[in-house]
Design a protein around this ligand. Structure first.
Ligand SMILES: Cc1cc2nc3c(=O)[nH]c(=O)nc-3n(C[C@H](O)[C@H](O)[C@H](O)COP(=O)(O)O)c2cc1C
Length: 156
């Protein structure tokens, strides 16, 4: 059976809570899905520090991967960026991504973060099927989460 990994970095659990809801929906549909957390040694590394990992998910065991990360400083979180740089080939895998962020405004890093995930995935010879942005402080948050989950579930 196709193995699905939700590979997520989350410091304050917003991104993780979306991952859990996504997992629960996919499990109910009988799919084989796990959440695999990216855990850095320090979740507050200085900008010049190299990032070391306490848990480093192995992409090679999954057929489908959904990457989840917060937006930090108008970009993809440095932890996720460092993680994606060192993963092995994603060739042949189906890939999705979602990011969570604070503000609903268009110019607060969501689009940049999903572009950064897209190019990191392309550097590993795969393409991101679809990406989702969830604005935590937006009145549309629940709808954004539901759309992300429904659309990923629909494309599996
Ligand atoms: C260091 C840091 C930088 C952040 N920078 C941004 C930002 O540029 N734009 C934004 O909308 N939210 C920003 N946020 C808010 C987070 O993206 C948001 O709270 C996110 O949902 C946190 O995800 P998590 O709970 O999974 O860690 C920042 C948070 C932190 C800790």
């Amino acid at each position: 059976m196709m193995k699905i990994g939700i590979i997520v970095f989350s410091k304050t659990n917003n991104t993780f809570s979306v991952a859990e809801r996504l997992r629960d929906v996919l499990v109910k549909r009988g799919l084989d899905v796990v959440i695999d957390r990216v855990i850095p040694v320090s979740d507050d590394p200085g900008p010049k520090d190299s990032i070391e990992f306490r848990n480093l998910p192995d992409v090679s065991v999954y057929d489908v991967i959904i990457f989840g990360s917060p937006v930090w400083a108008f970009s993809l979180s440095g932890v996720m960026k460092a993680y994606l740089t060192q993963v092995s080939s994603l060739s042949g895998k189906k890939v999705f991504s979602f990011v969570t962020k604070q503000m609903a405004s268009k110019f607060t890093g969501g689009n940049k973060a999903i572009r950064q995930i897209r190019s990191a995935v392309e550097a590993k010879n795969a393409k991101v099927d679809n990406s989702y942005i969830i604005s935590w402080k937006s009145k549309n948050r629940e709808k954004e989460i539901a759309d992300c989950i429904d659309q990923i579930a629909k494309s599996l």
